[in-house]
Every structure is written in C-alpha cells, then in structure tokens.
Ligand binder design. Sequence first.
Ligand SMILES: [Zn+2]
Length: 136
Amino acid sequence: MLSTAGGRIHCLQCTALSKRSGVQCRRPASKRSKNQKCHMHGGRGDSAPKTEAGRKRVIDASTKSGRYTKQAKLEQSNIAARLARLEDAMHILGMTTASRTRGRKSSSYFPLSSVQDVTDMCLNGELHNGNSALER
Ligand SMILES: [Zn+2]
C-alpha cells in the first residue's frame, strides 16, 4: 500500500522493477491495471481492438502501401531466390564469367550445384512461374 498526496490517498504501488538497480517503481499503480503497474510500465489496461471488424479497421487504417505485408515480403523473397538460382544456373552452364552477387540470399533460396539441378529447375517450370510477378 502506498500513500500519496500528503497521506490523503492510499493506493497500490506499481510493481515494476528497475532493470539496472532492481529498485521498485514508486508511482501509484493504475486502477485499471490488471498487473498492478503505473501508466509508465504498461498499466493502462488492454485497449487493443477485440472484434474481427475492429482489428480489420486498425489494419486498414495503418496499412499504407501493402508492400511490407507478410504475403508481399514472402513474394519478394521468392522472387529474389529465383533470381539467385538463375544466376547459379548461368554460372553452371558457362553463360557468364561475372562475379557472383554478394550478400545474404533470401531464406527460400537453395543453391544449384550441378547441371542436373538446372535441368530440374527448368522442368519444374520455375523459369516461367514468376513472370507475372515480375511484370507488375
Ligand atoms: Zn511504474
């Protein structure tokens, strides 16, 4: 129990602890707080939208372009992986002597190492699958 305002108000004390010193926060906990925290330490209550319509409204309001949605990022990742595999294929088939692209490859990339891998890639239709995505 914490008393504040010169002893006129008695309330619960925030239970947050300092990361550095381990000392407990000395602010009064928010009345609405479920975990007895002040408003600085997340005691403002759960104000997130509950219904599906409410969540959708928030998403719509905060989405500007849609370029960074999970689906868009996955598409970009797949396109980058396909491009890296095409580069592999060009090197395996001796079509280029250019230096390899440096840096991290996308997570869906797996390297091609033999002519058989290149043949498999071509037979799987991977060369044509992403053309619609590239034209956009
Ligand atoms: Zn606090």
